[in-house]
Write a protein that binds this ligand. Structure first.
Ligand SMILES: *Cc1c(COP(=O)(O)O)cnc(C)c1O
Length: 383
């Protein structure tokens, strides 16, 4: 299946509609504060800081430009960018939850998100994780105190997808807020807000920035929800994005459609090669899932496979033999990367998450796919 990207979205990414006095590249407003024409205007601004330009911990025009773009791409009314994906996750949790609340996490999700939820137990916020994704199982795991349904789809490491519309509908019927981490698909390939999700979070460090040169995060949703997030979390926690990083993120967005098409095609080519290789036990990629990936219009280049060995040394030898895949955390940049969640002593913790011990995760970059496949072939050909 070819990737489908909305034409209007392509223009938004390219910067059509941006007004910068003829400059093709938007300026960087590297200023901590914005002087006001009168004391009255200052007082009025402080009374509703979310829509006034006073101080760059609240609003900055360079950050605002990329926020407007991301809101349009996600079909949300408003967006806030933050200093990292985790700052976005924290802002959402701290603005929505109070002691006594319960969070239901669905799917394998980003490790630090779970760690943060474990930390919140100290503040009286409980959580559970369900790896059973069908709506009946999720409904059964909801509690009277559940305030938040946390989704990641496709999920971390195994890239399993959930029925986004069904899960957000059952949450809404019970007054529960649904949040989806959309870092894997990007708004070009999945628009959760159009399927009933209340808030989308992103690690913009990954595909949105796309060049491994900026750490950033974003939250997108309705104007009312984002206004609350601004006052309750962003302005007080203070983890805002700097103007220069916002500018880099905006530059990354210009090539997002071109990059995502290439990641889609190369990721599928690598997945198919691996699926046909006798040494590979199983490939994890949403295109190879039994159920059709309902809300995706394309696939990114992050996938994994089970090398089917019980030996850490075999796993390490395979990874070390790769030449075109650099060894490193993170993903979504132009360069291909390889990683395993196996740290050499955590097989039990992985098994509890349903993750095989010899899982190899690849972030397929923009290199010619044949070069990447040849590299995998040589690394797989030795025992
Ligand atoms: C990386 C990542 C995050 C955290 O983003 P940072 O920018 O590293 O803070 C959150 N969710 C997912 C799915 C991620 O991969």
């Amino acid at each position: 299946m070819p990737a489908r990207i909305d034409e209007e979205d392509e223009l938004v990414c390219l910067g059509h509609g941006e007004e910068n006095g003829g400059a093709l590249t938007p300026p960087i407003f590297q200023s901590a504060l914005f002087a006001q024409p009168s004391l009255g205007r200052l007082a009025a601004g402080l009374a509703s800081e979310h829509d006034h330009r006073l101080y760059s911990r609240g609003n900055n025009p360079t950050v605002g430009a990329v926020e407007a773009k991301l809101a349009r791409l996600e079909r949300g009314e408003a967006c806030r960018c933050l200093a990292s994906g985790m700052a976005a996750v924290s802002a959402v949790l701290s603005s929505l939850l109070v002691a006594g609340d319960h969070v239901l996490v669905v799917n394998q999700v980003y490790g630090p998100t779970l760690e943060l939820l474990r930390r919140l137990e100290r503040l009286g916020v409980r959580h559970d994780v369900t790896l059973e994704l069908d709506p009946a199982a999720v409904a059964a795991a909801l509690e009277k105190e559940t305030k938040l349904l946390w989704l990641e789809s496709p999920g971390t490491m195994l890239f399993r997808t959930v029925d986004v519309a069904a899960l957000s509908a059952l949450a809404r019927a019970r007054g529960i807020v649904t949040v989806l981490d959309n870092s894997w698909a990007t708004p070009l390939f999945q628009k959760p807000l159009t399927r009933g999700v209340d808030l989308v979070v992103h690690s913009a460090t990954k595909y949105l920035g796309g060049h491994s040169d900026v750490v950033a995060g974003a939250v997108v949703g309705s104007a009312a929800r984002l206004e609350r997030l601004f006052h309750d979390a962003l302005l007080l926690d203070g983890g805002v994005l700097s103007p220069f990083d916002a500018w880099l993120l905006n530059r990354g967005l210009r090539t997002l459609p071109v990059r995502m098409r290439r990641h889609h095609e190369s990721g599928l080519a690598v997945a198919r090669f691996l699926a046909a290789h006798p040494r590979v036990r199983r490939v994890f990629h949403p295109a190879l899932e039994a159920a059709a990936p309902g809300s995706l219009t394309g696939f990114s280049g992050l996938l994994s496979f089970d090398l089917g060995t019980a030996s850490w040394d075999d796993l390490a030898r395979f990874v070390d033999r790769l030449r075109r895949f650099r060894i490193g955390v993170s993903w979504g940049g132009v360069e291909s990367l390889v990683l395993t969640p196996n740290r050499g002593g955590n097989a039990a913790a992985l098994a509890a998450q349903g993750i095989p011990p010899a899982l190899v995760r690849l972030s397929v970059g923009l290199e010619p796919p044949d070069v990447l496949i040849a590299d995998l072939e040589q690394a797989l050909s030795e025992p």
